[in-house]
Design a protein around this ligand. Structure first.
Ligand code: HEC
Length: 314
C-alpha cells in the first residue's frame, strides 16, 4: 500500500512538473520554426573585386518598398533577386544581360546579399498588360546559393509583404543542374546523358527549316519547328551534359530567354503571317543563340539572322 501511494505521489509530482513546464514554455508557434538559410558556395571576396573592377556599386541594388516600386521593373526581363534573412527583397537594378562580359558588372546573388546568407535567391520576371501587373514569376535558380524549392516560400512571402496580390504570383520550378553534388549528381550523370551538342544539332536544323518554311509560306510547318525548339529547351537541354564552360559562366539565363521570350514571340509572329514581324523575331532569336555560344566560348558557331540561311553559317 505504501509503495503504491509512493508511486502515485511520484506520478503526481511528475505530472505536475510536466504541466508546469508546459505552462512556462508553450510550444513555439509554427511561424517561429527556424528559417531556412543558405550560404553562398562561391568565394565572395573575389566576386566583389570583379564586380567593382567592372564599375559596379553594390549600394545601387534595388530594394522595392511597395508594389509601386516593384512595378517599375521592365516587364518580360529577368532580374536576379535575393531575400535577406530579414525577409527584405533585394533585386538587381538592371535586367540580367543577354551577354555577360567582364566589362559590365554582373549582379550575382552573392553581390546582392553582400556575401551573407539568404532565405532565397533566384530570378524574378514581371508580366504586364499595359500598365497593369498581371503576373510576378519567380524561380530559385541560383548556382551560388542552390536554394531548395521550399525557399521560394520566403520569396512569395516577401512579395506579398510588398503588396503583390497573391493570385498574380507564379513559381517557375527549374532546379539548377549546377547545384547537384554527391549522390544526386552521380545519379543524374549515371542516366547516360545526351550531349548538349547533339541536342543543338536538332535545334539548328529546326531553326533553319523553320526559316525556310516561312519563306515558303508553310505556316503550320514553320510554327511546328519553333514549338519543337521550345520543347527541346524545356525538356531535353536541362538534362543534357554541358560541355566544359569558361570559369564562372552559366547558360541558364539564355535558356530562359529562349523559352520565356524568343520562342513565344516567334510563334506569335508566325501566327500573324506578318513577314516583317517574323523576320524581326527570327533575328532576335538568333541573337540569343549567338550570345549563348559566345558565353560558352564557342562564338565560331554562328547562327544566321536571316530566314532561309543555313544554320550554322558556313
Ligand atoms: C543556352 C545556350 C545556347 C543557346 C540559347 C543556343 N545554343 Fe547552340 N550551342 C550551345 C552550346 C554550349 C554548344 C556547344 C555544345 C558542345 O560543345 O557540346 C552549342 C552548339 C550549337 C551548334 C553546333 C552543334 C554541333 O555539335 O555541331 C549549333 C549548330 C547550334 N548550337 C545552333 C543553335 C541555334 C540555331 C540556336 C538558337 C535557335 C542555339 N544554338 C541556341 C549553347 C546554346
Amino acid at each position: 500500500m505504501r509503495a503504491v501511494l509512493g508511486a502515485l505521489a511520484l506520478l503526481g509530482g511528475l505530472l505536475g512538473a510536466t504541466l508546469g513546464i508546459g505552462c512556462e514554455k508553450p510550444a513555439p508557434p509554427r511561424e517561429e520554426a527556424p528559417a531556412l538559410l543558405f550560404d553562398t558556395r562561391r568565394p565572395y571576396d573575389r566576386e566583389l573585386e570583379v564586380f567593382k573592377k567592372a564599375g559596379g556599386d553594390p549600394t545601387q541594388a534595388f530594394r522595392p518598398q511597395n508594389l509601386g516600386d516593384l512595378t517599375k521593373l521592365e516587364p518580360g526581363k529577368l532580374f536576379t533577386y535575393v531575400v535577406l534573412p530579414t525577409s527584405v527583397l533585394v533585386l538587381s537594378p538592371i535586367p540580367t544581360p543577354a551577354v555577360v562580359t567582364s566589362s559590365t558588372p554582373s549582379w550575382t546573388h552573392p553581390i546582392l546579399a553582400g556575401g551573407g546568407a539568404v532565405l532565397a535567391a533566384g530570378s524574378l520576371r514581371l508580366e504586364k498588360h499595359g500598365d497593369k501587373l498581371t503576373k510576378v514569376i519567380v524561380d530559385g535558380d541560383s548556382d551560388a546559393y542552390c536554394p531548395t524549392s521550399e525557399a521560394l516560400r520566403s520569396t512569395l512571402a516577401a512579395l506579398v509583404g510588398l503588396g503583390v496580390p497573391r493570385d498574380l504570383l507564379r513559381v517557375d520550378h527549374r532546379p539548377s543542374s549546377d547545384c547537384l553534388v554527391g549522390p544526386a549528381a552521380a545519379a543524374s550523370s549515371a542516366a547516360a546523358k545526351v550531349s548538349f551538342g547533339t541536342v543543338m544539332v536538332s535545334v539548328a536544323r529546326r531553326f533553319e527549316v523553320g526559316g525556310k518554311a516561312v519563306l515558303a509560306k508553310r505556316w503550320e510547318l514553320a510554327r511546328y519547328q519553333i514549338e519543337e525548339i521550345g520543347e527541346t529547351f524545356t525538356n531535353e537541354l536541362p538534362a543534357a551534359a554541358l560541355p566544359p564552360l569558361p570559369p564562372g559562366v552559366s547558360l541558364t539565363a539564355f535558356e530562359k530567354l529562349m523559352v520565356g521570350r524568343d520562342v513565344p514571340a516567334l510563334e506569335k509572329a508566325i501566327d500573324s503571317h506578318d513577314l516583317p514581324a517574323i523576320e524581326k523575331a527570327y533575328a532576335t532569336m538568333s541573337t540569343t543563340c549567338n550570345a549563348c555560344h559566345t558565353a560558352a566560348g564557342k562564338a565560331f558557331i554562328e547562327v544566321p539572322s536571316k530566314l532561309g540561311e543555313t544554320a550554322p553559317r558556313l
